[in-house]
Each structure stands twice: as structure tokens, then as C-alpha cells.
Design a protein around this ligand. Sequence first.
Ligand code: PMP
Length: 409
Amino acid sequence: MPQQKKKPNGVTAAPLANWMLETNEVTRLFLAANQIPDLINIAGGLPDPSTFLDKEISEISARMIRKHPKQTMGYGPIEGLPALRDCIAKRYSKGSLQLTSENVLITTSGMQGLDLIGKVLLDPGDLIAGQFPTYLGALDAWRPRQPRYRNMDVHGADFDAVTEMQGAKFAYTVPNFSNPTGQLVKVSRRKELANGTLKTGTWLLEDDPYNTLNYDSPLPPSVIEILAEKLPEETYSGTCLYLGTVSKQLAPGLRLGWVIASKEMIRSLTLAKQGSDMCTSGITQLITLEALKSGLIEKLQPQVVDLYRRRRDVLCASMKEYLSDWFDWKTPEGGMFVWAKARDKRLDTDRLLMFAMEEKVCISPSSVFDAQGEHRSAIRLNFTLNCEDKLIQAIRRLARATKRLVDEG
Ligand code: PMP
């Protein structure tokens, strides 16, 4: 990216901030892929639009605007509407995890939660203990602070959270069907993470957008629940911050998320949100509240789970038929992605993306999930957006692209 731009009158524009030099060109390429005719996009983390409940949500939306014109159309409290904060506090209060609305901040999407946490916690150059490969959006959110990263190997045989979290400003984990690997963090490792944040005092971010996309077996308890069992206070006051969103439960276009944390942390995040967007849209807050109260999310979940489970199975069967000479993968138990690792570590998946685009299929190469962009021998494939026939076609095209790359050497 050029650091200086000439304006039409010949005057040199002010240079961009340094962090802008570190953005990833590959990301831009695959985000633009939807504009290419006939291309099958299995790169993004997109839900199938047929699951969006447009009729129900437009009915709720019209009703909420009629009933609450000030709340839907006006500015609201920075922390979010009290009724929605309260509803989320009650929804997550379970066993030792007891929450009040003061433990909840409503955010304009899960991404904003990540951004605000970065604003509140990171000084330039601070260390983050991350579960790599990691969510691209989190790397993007924190990039302006130019943090350093250390891998926190939650799946590793000798995982010791105290050692791995020590000295970091915060640790970041997606325990349920992580993006990009689709892996689930085991109960023993969740306990270890809770122990790590308790012993070191290092903040722990538990990012949990995929918990409703669970296809095979019941979920283990969340890390924040496990941590709460170890705390003496009645109302939650721990160092784990939990992030939720309706993006995968209802619709990403609502841009509605939440952070659950100690009251003190919620107050700090509220200050950061004030300088970000002042408040989250009232209409999407009331739609979410109504969807939660009326059980719409629970009603939708079984259909979505069935649809996506079938698509996951079709994708994996098709990968077995066409890609198994070159890649290894595990069938994910939930989420939206299959993470396939090249058997030959010399297979460069940034280059594979170029060949794949020529064959009209778009995939995510592993480099975008790595803070340094160096991991180049795996791919992330999405199975939620496209119908079964398209998924099979996509894998056939990807097999052609892989063969061409391998043959070219
Ligand atoms: N965290 C992770 C791990 C994600 O994969 C996503 C969505 N792709 C988000 C957070 C944020 O979702 P949203 O901003 O749509 O709420």
C-alpha cells in the first residue's frame, strides 16, 4: 500500500498510520470474490440467507417502531437498553455464574466487542497470548495497537495456562468450534484456562459466536462458568470476558453483540464505546430482545443445525473423494468451517488461492489467520453458505486447482 498519496492539486496527502502498512492483501482479494460471476465462495464465514427469518423480523421491527418510537429511533444509553442487558444477564446466569445488567455491555456486533477490548487493554506493543491459527477479525481489530503475539496451545499435550498466559495483557480463545479450525476446546483445557486467568490475573477473552451451531454432542461448560465456580463473590467479578453475538443465531446484519464481564470492566468498555459509536442501534436491540423473549432463536436453531450438519457431511464426503491425496482434516463437531492441512508442507496455499480463483472457487488460505502471515500450508473451507450441489462443485474445482499447482511444482 502506498504510504503517501498525491491529491489532484499536486499536494502530498498526509501519510497513513504505520499499522496500515501491515494489512493483508489476500484478505481484500477474497472479500471481493462475491462480485465475480459463477464463482463459488467457500472462503467467507457467511450463513445461508434462507435462515434469516425475514418475515418474523420485519413483523417485530414494524411492531417495535410503532410501540417504542423513541427507543427505536432515538439515541439510547451507551451501555445498551436496560431491558436487553437484563435479559442477557438472566440468560447467562447459571449455577455459580450470577450476573446483573451491570455485568453486560451491548455492542454493535461481536467485532465491536473485540475492538473495544483492544482499546481498553492494549498499549502499543503489548503481548497477546492467542490460540493460533486465530480469527482474522480479531487480528484486524487489534492491529492499530501493533501488539505482539505468542501462541497459546490450548490443544497441545502439555498445555500449561499459567506459563502461557504469564506476562500477556490478555489471552484470546474461541473454545466452541473456533474460527478457522472448527475445533472444540476440551473441558480439562477450559478448566486450565480458568485456572490460568485466576492465578496470573491476565485477562481472558472467551469469544463464543458459534455455540448454537453444535451438530454432534452437548457442549462443555464455558470458561466463564468454570471460573465463576472458583470465585467467592455472589455477583460475577472475574477476569474472564465473554463475548456473544446474534450473527450466527439470528442474522449478522443486525450487528448486535454483547460483552459479559465484571462491573468495573463494563464501565471501562462503556467509556471506550462512547468514543466509538455512542450507542448501538435501538431498533436492532429491540428486535433482539423480542427474538430472545419470544423464543425465536430456539425455534430457528434445530432447522439451522440440520441444514448445516447435512452440508458439513456433504463437504467432508466430497473432500474425501477429491482432496484426500493432498490434504488431511478432521470433521468439525460444529461451527462453519473445515480446516484442511496440506500433507506436503511445501504446498503454498496463498498460491493455491490464485489457481482456485482461476477455477472459480474462492477459499481462505491459512496465512490470513496468522499474525505474521507466515503459515501457508492449510486452508479454511466454509460449508454453511452454499447448497450441497455447489459444495460438491466447489471441491471438484479446488481439486483441479490443487492438481495444477502440484503439477507445476
Ligand atoms: N469472533 C469470531 C471467532 C468470529 O468468527 C466472528 C464472526 N465471523 C466474530 C467474532 C464476530 O461476529 P460479528 O461481528 O458478526 O458479531
